[in-house]
Design a protein around this ligand. Structure first.
Ligand SMILES: [Zn+2]
Length: 681
């Protein structure tokens, strides 16, 4: 191990000696990053292979090269299995390359004392690199031949010496001859671990003498397994790589979607990896549908179509949804997030524009030439004043601002493209939407959006639109606030989110029964909060109400938990959550909270909202403060966090039998690819 590592670092010296151009400090020049990531580069070990691709799936090659002191990188080439990745007949190859160096004012971007880059705002390279560092790229490479391939970068210094490094990647072959899945529906319960599913089942179906009296729709799927969810840089993923890993076959760093990490500061120039949507649109002409209860710029929806290393760059993210629709096949986009689509003529941050817009130049995108040329991508523009809803409509999308308009858009016809934006940011959760439908619209009125659709209704509309494409589609449907409410440890709200999500699962399953060439998977990106079903209350609803600080004295464990009995209304949701002996949830990855075991009248503050209602408690460390019972947590901050625990995946329909056992989140991509391209038996 040690000698292998040493050998890699000395490769520069060996190359230099072989060329008879020994530099004075032969160990100084080096490649400090080689993309796609590999263990061969990082540790000298050939396995495990980190980066894997489907045949023809495109990705960028990139290296960060630190030349000898006083020298610059003047040229470079990538070699795969010993052959240079250039095609003299293809002038595009040159247009697809770039060498990014520090070009900002030296006083700002290079520290005079150390000679290292500062990473200051307006500079091009991350802090701490030698000032002459170069990031060299070749965009949109692909390889069809299955197997493990060796990647080599060779960079030429200004004195003619070479700097080189080795890595590897794998192309995973597809077995042809099976029955292919024309349509792929990915139902993503954000943050939904096993406990979240179980809680939903107990509440919705009830148990009798130890047996569930019914099954959630997701429980009825015949195949499934457990998914390992780590991201490229942590055992605990956030939602950006949590989603992209499923639909690109590759690990991303936390906060990053559709890209590999790099050493430049531009959040939109990272080395890209082609999404399932782009791959199947290019190969088969499939459409993409993205439906969420979150703001549509959120990590899970964006990590199906948008390439950025900063999941918070809302303006650029929503612009890219539209601008790159011809590459992704985007046909349906529904959820919250209208604040990114409304013009902000003054680019104002404060005061908040009255129309709710949060478009900003600071989080918009403009792509460099090599990305535009390599990927045939829209260049983008800093345009906070853009009327993005108008631009979607001009591109043929029917637009629905609320449920009434959504229904109206389907009277007598099915639109060919659909945009639905039902809130400024994240939509209200099912607990509050259902209360409104039952006559108490206090919360949805306070948010300003009294007429929001449920996820199952959005799913039904999305599938009607998408199924007009005879080539099929990829749909990602997200129950987003299972995660968001679990972060906030608002147990009643997230359990109802599971029920709303499962109703969308039922819609998708029904579609797949009517269209047997459809594959449906239900899974999560990660577990959130370390939720655990600890038992049930020994108290009645009246007793809980009278003693909100009862705390652990009312937690019935084991036999004392019995079987909580909820009454389910005609709308599919519990008639009330304030039942006697209700289900109780504990948390294993929690911040401090005040627990009353009672539903909270208002959802906890959502900082993404441009106009959050004053009634929302700031966070769980103050919610019910001095009324409830203080449960101290073991993580910093004021919210519960994601965990590294494996999560369940269930599969139904064409190709479902490919999903079994324990597998990595990136494995799911290759199963989906097999089902769509090669088919299953
Ligand atoms: Zn989360």
């Amino acid at each position: 191990m040690q000698s292998v590592t040493l050998a890699r670092h000395c490769l520069t010296a060996l190359v230099a000696v072989a060329l008879g151009t020994a530099a004075t400090d032969v160990m100084a020049a080096r490649v400090s990053r080689l993309t796609p990531p590999s263990e061969l580069f990082a540790s000298g070990e050939a396995e495990p292979v980190i980066a894997r691709f489907l045949p023809g799936q495109r990705f960028d090659l990139q290296a960060t090269v630190q030349p000898d002191a006083g020298l610059a990188i003047t040229n470079f080439a990538f070699y795969v299995d010993g052959s240079a990745v250039t095609n003299p007949a293809n002038a595009d190859t040159v247009a697809r390359t770039s060498i990014v160096t520090e070009t900002g004012p030296a006083a700002d971007c290079i520290d005079a004392a150390t000679g290292k880059t500062t990473g200051a705002s307006g500079c091009r390279l991350a802090g701490g690199l030698p000032g002459n560092t170069a990031v060299v790229s070749l965009r949109a490479f692909s390889q069809f031949r299955a197997g493990v391939h060796e990647l080599k970068v060779v960079a030429k210094q200004s004195n003619g010496t070479l700097v080189t490094a080795l890595g590897n990647f794998e192309v995973v072959g597809v077995d042809h001859g099976g029955q292919t899945a024309k349509n792929i529906i990915i139902l993503l319960g954000d943050g939904m671990g096993a406990a979240h599913r179980t809680a939903g089942r107990i509440m919705a179906k009830g148990y009798a003498q130890g047996k569930a009296k019914g099954r959630l729709a997701m429980d009825t799927f015949p195949y499934g397994g457990m998914v390992m969810t780590a991201s490229l840089n942590s055992i605990v993923t956030d939602s950006a790589p949590g989603m992209q890993n499923y639909v690109s076959g590759n690990k991303a760093n936390n906060n990053q979607e559709g890209v590999f990490p790099d050493d430049t500061l531009d959040a939109f120039d990272n080395p890209r990896v082609e999404y399932l949507s782009e791959y199947l649109h290019m190969l088969q002409g499939k459409s993409l549908g993205v439906v969420t209860t979150a703001d549509v710029f959120d990590a899970t929806p964006a990590a199906n179509a948008v390439h950025t290393s900063a999941r918070g760059n809302g303006t650029g993210i929503v612009d890219q949804f539209l601008d790159d629709r011809d590459r992704t096949g985007l046909t349906v986009l529904m959820g919250g997030g209208r604040k990114w689509f409304l013009p902000n003529a003054s680019n104002s941050v404060s005061p908040q524009p009255a129309n709710g817009s949060q478009r900003r130049s600071a989080n918009d995108y403009v792509l460099p030439d090599d990305v535009v040329n390599g990927w045939d991508a829209a260049r983008g523009e800093l345009d906070p004043e853009r009327d993005l809803i108008g631009d979607f409509q001009a591109a043929g999308f029917a637009y629905a601002p609320d449920k009434t308009a959504l229904d109206a858009a389907f009277v007598g016809r099915v639109p060919s493209k659909l945009l639905g934006l039902f809130a400024y940011s994240n939509m209200n959760v099912s607990y509050d939407k259902i209360n409104a439908r039952r006559g108490d619209s206090t919360v949805v009125d306070a948010f300003g959006f009294p007429d929001q659709p449920m996820l199952d209704e959005m799913t039904d509309k999305a599938l009607q639109v998408l199924s007009k494409n005879p080539n099929g589609f990829v749909a990602m449907i997200e129950g987003a606030s299972i995660d968001k409410q679990a972060h906030l440890m608002d147990s009643d709200r997230w359990v109802l989110e599971v029920l709303e999500f499962d109703r969308a699962v039922a819609v998708a399953k029904s579609f797949a029964e009517r269209h047997p060439d459809t594959l449906v998977i239900v899974t999560a990106d990660h577990e959130c909060s370390g939720a655990a079903i600890i038992g049930a209350s020994t108290a009645t609803a009246a007793e809980l109400e009278a003693t909100p600080n009862a705390g652990k004295t009312v937690v019935g464990t084991y036999d004392a938990a019995g079987f909580p009995k909820y009454t389910i209304g005609d709308d599919g949701y519990p008639s009330t959550l304030q039942i006697d002996h209700k289900l109780l949830i504990g948390y294993g990855a929690n911040a401090d909270r005040w627990e009353t075991w009672m539903p909270n009248a208002f959802p906890t503050k959502d900082t993404q909202q441009p106009f959050p209602p004053a009634e929302s408690p700031a966070d769980p460390t103050v919610r019910n403060e001095d009324v409830g019972y203080l449960v101290t947590g073991q993580v910093p901050g004021d919210q519960a966090v994601h965990t590294a625990t494996d999560i369940p995946l269930s599969a139904f329909g064409r190709g479902a039998s490919l999903f079994h056992g324990v597998f990595d989140n990136t494995d799911v991509f290759f199963m989906l690819g097999q089902a769509a391209v090669g088919g299953s038996h």
